[in-house]
Design a protein around this ligand. Structure first.
Ligand SMILES: C[S@@+](CC[C@H](N)C(=O)[O-])C[C@H]1O[C@@H](n2cnc3c(N)ncnc32)[C@H](O)[C@@H]1O
Length: 260
């Protein structure tokens, strides 16, 4: 087979092309039937297309998700949701396991994520979503479990209104509002009071600190800085990296669990 033949992914690791040829010769000698099956998949165009597509690195895939899917394709029940769908599945885990009475979602936009949370609470049969946003003009859903609080999440009046509604119940807080470090840190300090032992404060989009500014996902002044500072000053919380089990997440080190 010629070098750079599109029918097989490029050689990688020690030995490269030579060791790949040796591996294939060994396979031909020892398991001729398996070798023939392998060759037949090289020749099938559909498999070739998928093999090439799945040869993406995770970084490239996440930039594609951000650019081509997040703002164009991701919806919950027809309503736009600015969510990494693998994280949404983790929220389902957290709600099922911790049974919060209230989910405080800071940053709602069109409301797809807010509606998703309300539907999860429908399924577990308990709870209310408090949707906090500085601007609810494009918010779409109507659902009996959703109550909106319109205002800057860091403003005293907004916090006070949320306090009134929560009324001492235990909450899951999901922060997807203003992602700049100072704002996220202020909200972490203010809203962490609602999380009971064993509960979670999820800081979204910490991924932006990991990517480079300019590549579509990066923010040099992002929420991961805020998380780092908050964890230094509030030892009741720890980053629960077990919630990153899909590896792909928009919230690396953002699943903060109250452990004390
Ligand atoms: C990324 S969108 C939220 C998307 C939504 N959580 C979802 O997954 O579909 C961010 C939202 O945060 C809101 N926001 C920005 N700054 C805010 C602030 N200081 N207080 C409250 N909301 C804010 C914006 O109005 C916007 O609707």
């Amino acid at each position: 087979m010629a070098k750079n033949d599109p029918r097989e992914p490029p050689a990688s690791g020690p030995g490269g092309e030579t060791s790949r040829i040796a591996r294939n010769l060994k396979l031909l000698r020892e398991h001729p039937r398996t070798f023939l099956q392998k060759v037949s998949t090289w020749l099938r165009p559909m498999e070739r297309t998928y093999r090439r597509r799945w040869n993406h690195g995770l970084r490239k895939w996440m930039i594609r998700y951000q650019k081509d899917l997040l703002f164009k394709r991701v919806r919950w029940m027809g309503v736009e949701a600015r969510k990494m769908v693998l994280d949404a599945w983790v929220y389902q885990d957290i709600i099922y396991e911790t049974r919060p009475d209230v989910v405080i979602e800071i940053g709602n936009k069109f409301g797809g994520s807010t509606l998703y949370l309300a539907h999860l609470l429908d399924i577990v049969g308990n709870g209310q979503v408090i949707g906090v946003d500085i601007d609810h003009s494009v918010f779409q859903p109507r659902h009996p479990r959703i109550q909106l609080v319109t205002g800057d999440s860091s403003a005293h009046e907004t916090l006070h209104r949320v306090q009134e509604i929560v009324g001492g119940r235990n909450a899951l807080v999901i922060h997807d509002g203003d992602h700049n470090t100072e704002h996220v840190l202020a909200d972490l300090r203010a809203y962490s009071q609602f999380v009971a032992l064993g509960g979670y404060f999820v800081v979204e989009d910490t991924v932006s600190d990991v990517f480079r500014a300019g590549d579509g996902l990066g923010n040099i002044n992002g929420p991961m800085h805020a998380v780092r500072q908050f964890l230094r000053e509030d030892t009741r919380f720890e980053a629960d990296i077990d919630r990153e089990y899909f590896i792909v997440t928009y919230n690396p080190r953002g699943y903060l669990k109250r452990v004390r």
